[in-house]
Design a protein around this ligand. Structure first.
Ligand SMILES: *Cc1c(COP(=O)(O)O)cnc(C)c1O
Length: 344
């Protein structure tokens, strides 16, 4: 498979995911939205409640093992799925794990700081640090490097999994491979899709999938739904990742800026904050398909998909693939807000 992607085989990869994940039809949601919707179940990638981070972390853990690391250091939001899956992978490999929890979401209650991914991280034995300013990406990045320096001074061999720009987007390689997985599945089943709808946060998923599809000569539209920052800044981020991927793989720059589609109409009031459209989308998916979405990511992406269907960016009866990127444990950290929403 990797021969389709230039130099991809030179990047060490430690398998963590149960692949391929299934693509399921969503008939009741389809009828509701006037589309032919199917769902790529990357919430079912296996390790520790799964999600898109298992595919991304395969390349970071591959690099960590190649570097002889015995300790993982990682940063993310308080309810980060990335941190949870990294802690689980570290546990499985017998590595120590230090996690930095960034306070990105204002006005959250005690449950948010104890339940969901925080509970799971504690069960996994992660050593937790707090970083007060979740909007300061460069500062959070420096702070994890400082944690690693302290660990190094203690004789440990830490490997830092970075989230901020300025590091090669190794995690996006997991979604370059996922693009090939999707293309193979569509070919095997003789089906066709017009568009994929995907979360755009760090952008590793969005950029990897877009780059992978274009490198395979597929012109399927990729709609990124902004979950972290507004569209103009996110376009730059995705473009940057795609340029870096071309360089890392020794391939042509197959993604033009015009090909980067972003919708930020459901982001407000900001990262990790529930809004009415997102709460509605979470309830809709549960009641149409028995499918759980989370407030920070997949709920917002479904809300974005609903908006793109309503404004006809997604044409009526188009074949649309929703990438379910996981996040299920975070649902429990938003229990009180969701219960309020459900009150008659
Ligand atoms: C991290 C995450 C995303 C966003 O993916 P990026 O690769 O960071 O853009 C989407 N959904 C879930 C559930 C996530 O945990």
């Amino acid at each position: 498979m990797s021969t389709r992607f230039g130099r991809l085989a030179v990047y060490p990869r430690l398998p963590l995911s149960v692949l391929p994940t299934v693509i399921e039809p969503a008939p009741r949601l389809s009828a509701e939205l006037g589309l032919k919707l199917s769902i790529k179940r990357d919430d079912l990638t296996g390790l520790a409640f799964g999600g898109n981070k298992t595919r991304q972390l395969e390349f970071y853990f591959g690099a960590a093992q190649a570097a002889g690391a015995d300790t993982i250091v990682i940063t993310g939001a308080v309810q980060s799925n990335y941190v949870r899956v990294a802690a689980a992978a570290a546990a499985r490999l017998g590595m120590e794990v230090h996690v930095q929890a960034e306070e990105r979401v204002p006005d959250m209650d005690a449950l948010y700081h104890q339940s969901g991914n925080i509970l799971l991280g504690d069960l996994l034995g992660a050593v937790r640090y707090s970083y007060p300013d979740g909007e300061d990406e460069a500062g959070a990045d420096r702070a994890v490097q400082a944690i690693a320096d302290t660990l190094r001074a203690q004789g440990k061999r830490p490997y830092v999994i970075p989230l901020a720009p300025g590091h090669p987007p190794l995690g996006a390689l997991g979604y370059v491979l996922a693009a090939a997985e999707i293309v193979d599945q569509l070919q095997a089943s003789g089906t066709r899709i017009d568009a994929v709808v995907v979360a755009s946060g760090s952008g590793f998923t969005h950029a990897g999938l877009l780059f992978g599809l274009r490198a395979l000569g597929q012109d399927i539209a990729v709609h990124g739904i902004c979950v972290r920052r507004a569209a103009p800044a996110q376009v730059q981020r995705i473009a940057g990742h795609c340029r870096e991927l071309a360089g890392m793989l020794g391939l042509a720059e197959v993604v033009s800026d015009r090909d980067i589609r972003l919708f930020d109409g459901v982001l407000a009031p900001g990262y990790g904050q529930l809004n009415p459209a997102t709460a509605d989308a979470i309830v809709l998916a549960a009641r149409c398909e028995g499918l759980f979405l989370d407030p920070p990511y997949t709920g917002k992406v479904m809300a974005g998909l609903v908006a793109l269907a309503a404004n006809r960016t997604l044409a009526q009866d188009a074949n649309v693939l929703f990438l379910h990127t996981g996040g299920t444990p975070a649902l429990f950290a938003y229990g009180p807000q969701l219960q309020d929403w459900l009150k008659p």
